[in-house]
Write a protein that binds this ligand. Structure first.
Ligand code: BMA
Length: 311
């Protein structure tokens, strides 16, 4: 595999704190003040998600873990009845933006659709910002009028505008904004590929990073085998000036659920990345294992680039 698992995985597991007692997964990560800040999805025993915060000095071992959630669903907020999920962290203009999923129950009286199984499908892209990882300022639901999730904000403006990838099922779209609040220009970027490891659904992983060749992004893709969905990771490269243009993509997954903690958990066979930290030539990729624990793997830019194939 292109990604090499850290031998000490998992780096975070559930605790006795009620809010993170069932599972912790899907970690965003960013280097700040010489440390790695991890913001993860924490699930309580009722299935409600909040965001937790942990800090690591070396990127692998967790040195500090906040005893209370960094972000909880707003009481009486219809869009967050099942919680706040799957954060991504983007440093932008000296602040840290958190894109996350506002999750609720989709109850329109119709019979459940295939993707409703186990996953409530009322999902909205929400945005918040923090300066110190202690206080979080909510910006709000930024894509109010459609179900979408897996939003990643680009870390710089492109052509004078902010850009975001998000995921109306089952594919990745781009959207643009002048003020981070109102998003427009929604357009399809890339979708699942029939017969491939990412044939079922795909979504952005960690926010894209700018490299000389363009925008590089880890993403997740699923396939269905014997009636079971398997979440894997891949990588894609997008045009520097027009990231709605895909240049290259992984013909094979760069990480598949193979370790015990990726195969057995709250949801079997899931590796789900939300964070990437650059350390010189090394990349640290933070991901959830089987929707229950937080793991990390390493790779290099060269290895990711050589795993790509032009589209
Ligand atoms: C998605 C989200 C993620 C989860 C994944 C795999 O729909 O709920 O938080 O990791 O499914 O179960």
């Amino acid at each position: 595999m292109v990604l090499e698992r850290y031998v000490g995985n998992p780096i975070l597991a559930p605790t006795r704190n009620a809010w993170e007692s069932a599972a912790v997964c899907n970690p965003a990560a960013v280097a700040h003040d010489g440390r790695v800040h991890i913001v993860y999805r924490a699930i309580d025993r009722k299935g409600v998600s909040r965001l937790g915060h942990a800090v690591s000095d070396d990127g692998f071992r967790v040195a500090h873990r906040a005893p209370v959630p960094l972000l909880s669903p707003l009481p009486d907020c219809f869009e967050e009845r099942v919680g706040v999920e799957d954060p991504r962290l983007t440093p932008l203009g000296g602040r840290h933006y958190i894109t996350f999923t506002a999750a609720s129950i989709y109850d329109d009286g119709r019979p459940p659709r295939p993707w409703d199984l186990g996953t409530p499908w009322r999902v909205r892209v929400a945005l918040a910002v923090t300066d110190d990882f202690q206080r979080v300022e909510r910006i709000g639901i930024v894509i109010p009028d459609r179900d979408s999730k897996n939003a990643v904000l680009f870390p710089e403006e492109i052509g004078g505008r902010f850009a975001m990838f998000h995921r109306p099922y089952p594919e990745i779209w781009i959207a643009w904004s002048d003020d981070l609040r109102r998003w427009h220009g929604h357009r399809r970027v890339m979708g699942p590929r029939a017969g491939s490891w990412d044939s079922d659904r795909i979504g952005a992983g960690a926010p894209p990073i700018r490299i000389p060749e363009g925008w590089l992004m880890i993403y997740h893709g699923t396939r269905v085998a014997d009636g079971h969905r398997i979440y894997q990771l891949g990588v894609a490269l997008f045009d520097a000036d027009d990231p709605s243009r895909v240049i290259a993509r992984s013909p094979r997954p760069i990480l598949e659920p193979e370790a015990d903690c990726e195969r057995q958990g709250l949801v079997r066979n899931v590796v789900f990345a939300c964070g990437l930290v650059e350390r010189g030539d090394q990349y640290l990729v933070y991901y959830g294992g089987a929707d229950q624990v937080v793991c990390v793997a390493t790779t290099t830019r060269a290895r990711l680039l050589s795993s790509l194939e032009p589209v």
